[in-house]
Write a protein that binds this ligand. Sequence first.
Ligand code: NOJ
Length: 552
Amino acid sequence: MQTLGQKVIYQIYPKSFYDSNNDGIGDLRGIIAKIPYIAKLNIDMIWFNPFFVSPQNDNGYDIADYYQIDPRFGTMADFEELVAKLKEINVGVMLDMVLNHCSTEHEWFKKALAGDKYYQDFFYLRPAKADGSLPNNWSSKFGGPAWEKFGDTNLYYLHLYDKTQADLDWHNENVRKEASKIINFWRSKGVAGFRFDVINVTGKDTVLVDSTDINEEKALYTDTPVVHDYLKELNRTSFGQDEDAITVGEMSSATIPNSIEYSNPAEHELSMVFTFHHLKVDYKDGEKWSDYPFDFMKLKQLFTDWQEKMDQGGGWNALFWNNHDQPWALNRFGDPVNFRVESAQMLASALHLMRGTPYIYQGEELGMMDPSYTDISEYVDVEALNAYQALIEAGKSPAEAFHLISLKARDNSRVPMHWNADKYAGFSTVTPWLKPTDQAEINVEKELASGQIFTYYQQLIKLRKEMPLISAGHFQTVFKDHPQVFAYRRYLDNQAKELLVINNFYGQETELDLGTYADKACRLVISNYDQDLTKLPAKLTLRPYETIAWEI
Ligand code: NOJ
């Protein structure tokens, strides 16, 4: 049996993977049709974004029925077939559990609205303050206040996300029982993986106090101690009963000590955590909607801290550059125009050779990049559209606001997968729900015939399975102060050999003084340029986006 460290997880955004019935939306039969493609990568599990019944106000993160497949995506029979066919190629299924909130179309919310006290206790319902203002001053993460009128009562319900996503009150034991029941239902269908959406905000207090500083607001309800209790309980009553369970909590701003507790096996909470600190290094003063070059030294420091300290504390990282909520890393940290292949390979190496479990987001293995949209009407995401309005209201011109949206919109990575160069990228025969662009240059057909990114990912996945230095080694950053190079060593306690990984994060050449590594014998493990050294020099000239891993 493979260890967790040997596994690689692929992420599929079903709405954008492959449309088998030509309605413009990807579906489960589309995924089944593409299993031969998926098999080529040799990944171990697939995380599927939600395909449960949903009005789709937040693309499925607003769930109206946790037990049914949304007819847009297929049927339960399709799902069962998908699980069975993936099992044939040894690929497990990871489902997205969105349990912090449910859709206002969910029967729990509808019953609550109809006056059922039992279900009213499932939500955070609060009266207005004495002066008639909202129960507190919290903001929704999608803009505007976090409160909405609860029918024609005097109450408001809390929604940290869209107003159609009502927060569930996890203090209520019945809510937590429903959560276990949902997980156990999917376990009974052969599902062993679970990704828990924004699970670290389930620990809101019962008294929801005003925030005094908007930037500190989330600290009031994020990573509170009770979240650990909830996770321990969920583990005990559901997925913890499966030996092969793999779980990941989405915990955008969690601290290292908390993440250690969430992911250290001895705590019986989760297998690993997704944090987003490294994907905020191109936010100006913490502001996402900004045009700001990434802070390389900060990125390096973050990787160093998270890699070294999580290891020391027995925690485990989920490693990722991309997902359905992020613009492509290639646009942010690489150069898709001048060095698309080299920078895609470098980013892949830098991440896959670290300690943790790597995730590959669909299309990353092709070097997909942000779409070349020219008008705000081409975006569909509620977050992008709200942000555009807010930017205009804050005084930005339409062109400036559009520019900021184009840099950071979540739709960037939700664009349908490019299968070929056709008008609709081979994704569908009709206009897709979101427009693909640049498919003539970047697509599966072309990549498999003559590309160098897909094969590079294949090599990285293979190396992780073969080399304990990669799957189990410790991590230490080296050449820490170099302004262009992120380099690290991986080593095992009982082994003389180590892995030295060197990544030039820029499109300019740079010199690296190899210090005590000079003259050591080296064996090339992987690189994106030709390498023929068998002994390390004192100084190395790294080419644009060059990445090299040597066993020494
Ligand atoms: C995180 C998900 O990844 C994102 O797509 C969603 O909008 C929010 N959680 C709310 O569920």
